[in-house]
Design a protein around this ligand. Structure first.
Ligand SMILES: [Zn+2]
Ligand SMILES: [Zn+2]
Length: 469
């Protein structure tokens, strides 16, 4: 009976699609049987803006469970110093799942439907997936878009509109002075509320050179602390690493991004294993993975492809971000979008706890991945029980590859990439796929494998690689 209801809904949805709205849905990716969890819904218009008037009835279905629920949509107000800084429509409810395994939650207002995958465990898993965006610019940047939010409002957007678990609002170092940097740090720390399920990490964006518009080797630098040293203009990335060595007394990470965007490219010989655990493979500029990649956008400078960095033997995990310049993080917003269009990226981090330290460990150990279109696609990727991001020894033995993927719509294909070549491609049949393969070959001193997922709606997800030596 329920299946029929869902089928009927999907048919009517396809007919009405293009009506210009999206229901952004957030629920945890990992839940426990019988335990209540929160589901949040925010309607957005076709430009990615919040909505002030909304009178539709929003209903939630759980595939495989008969119950359905109506979600009350209400005007939500974000206040600062008791003044309302913005208001929009938002709804939330609490549900629980009665069966272990993979589930799909379906939320619809009759015209628009969003599907959301959830993995239900018997007991709470050690690591859970958390979703965030750590590369968004606000009005603090010299090249901010018209209508850009200030950092405070940007964080509010990340927490209440995009319903993210974690966020960083960065600013280019060349747009900051000590006073502005301290202000950005103060706002970032104020929004760090792990007990309420929202974590912020302090960071800014650094670029090599001293001429506006021609800086290259951009890195977002993050600090596991309430403060960190602001770097000046420098002629080389080597000087930047030296600056961090000498001035940062706290754990520090630097994340290169839009590496294949020629004008603001990453020259991979600047790679630094100590500071750079991951690369931002995708943002609103486009996809830097490889030649001919889907959603390449303006990221088509060959030497900068992420696959070139892997080819050089660099141990780099993946995340995705937005690089939005309007303070809109975690939503496909036109305001502040870059040359690749409104489609944003999200970072998924596996962490033992949703706090700065837990997320930091996930980034440091590359136990993380990236998706496009703000889609919370779940990837579990293991080889011989080793998780994504790991480097392990097994040159002679068989490599048992295990993959589970749960999409937000039907999966078009799943590719296993080995040493930058497609090792295996599986056509998707549903929103959930499981793959088990054995590889007995060993080709190099250090083979690497990663997973690329393509959904039917052309959204992508990439696991971080696993290296076998
Ligand atoms: Zn940049
Ligand atoms: Zn940026």
């Amino acid at each position: 009976m329920l299946k029929m209801v869902i089928l009927a809904l999907s048919v009517c949805l396809i007919a009405i699609k293009g009506g210009g709205m999206e229901l952004l849905v957030k629920a945890p990716s990992d839940v426990v049987v019988g335990e209540k969890f929160k589901v949040e819904v925010v309607p957005l218009d076709d430009e990615g803006n919040v909505i002030k008037d909304f009178s539709e009835t929003v209903t939630l279905f759980i595939e495989g469970q008969v119950d359905k629920q109506e979600i009350t949509m209400e005007t939500f107000k974000v206040k600062k110093d008791s003044k309302v800084i913005f208001s929009f429509v938002r709804g939330e409810t609490y549900i629980s799942l009665n069966k272990e395994g993979w589930h799909q939650i379906l939320i619809t207002d009759g015209k628009n439907t969003t599907r959301f995958p959830v993995r239900c465990h018997k007991e709470s898993p050690k690591y859970k997936i958390y979703w965030g965006e750590i590369h968004t610019h606000s009005s603090y940047c010299g090249d901010a878009a018209g209508g850009a939010f200030d950092p405070y409002k940007s964080y509010a957007w990340g927490r209440y509109v995009a319903c993210l678990d974690f966020a960083t609002i960065v600013a280019h170092h060349w747009s900051l002075n000590e006073k502005k940097w301290n202000s950005l740090a103060q706002i970032t720390n104020e929004w760090n509320k792990p007990k309420e399920g929202f974590v912020t990490i302090l960071g800014y964006e650094w670029g090599q050179g001293d001429v506006v518009g021609s800086r290259i080797n951009h890195n977002n630098v993050y600090f596991l602390a309430d403060e960190g040293p602001l770097a000046p203009n420098m002629k080389s990335v080597k000087d930047f690493w030296k600056f961090l060595d000498n001035n940062s007394k706290v754990p520090t990470i630097a994340i290169p991004h839009h590496p294949a965007l020629k004008g603001i490219r990453t020259e991979w010989d600047t790679y630094n294993e100590k500071y750079q655990p991951v690369v931002e493979i995708f943002s609103q500029h486009g996809n830097s993975e490889c030649e001919g990649a889907l959603h390449q956008g303006v990221c088509n400078w060959k030497e900068g492809y992420v696959q070139n960095a892997l080819e050089k033997g660099y141990i780099l995990g993946f995340i995705a971000g937005s690089d939005n310049h309007g303070g809109r993080l975690g939503t496909n917003s036109k305001v502040g979008a870059r040359g690749g269009g409104p489609r944003v990226g999200l970072a998924a981090i596996f962490a033992e706890s949703l706090d700065r330290k837990g997320l930091w460990e996930g980034l440091k150990t590359r136990y993380c991945y990236g998706t496009t279109g703000a889609q919370r696609i779940i990837i579990d990727f293991q080889i011989n029980g080793h998780r994504m991001g790991e480097v392990f020894m097994s040159s002679t033995g068989p490599k048992k590859i295990f993959i589970e993927v749960a999409g937000t719509t039907k999966i078009k294909k799943i590719e296993i990439i080995k040493n930058n070549k497609i090792f295996c491609e599986v056509e998707g049949k549903s929103w959930y796929e499981k793959i088990e393969k054995v590889d007995n070959s060993f080709q190099r001193g250090r083979d690497f494998y990663y997973v690329r997922v393509t959904q039917e709606d052309d959204n992508l997800a990439w696991s971080s690689p696993i290296w076998v030596k």
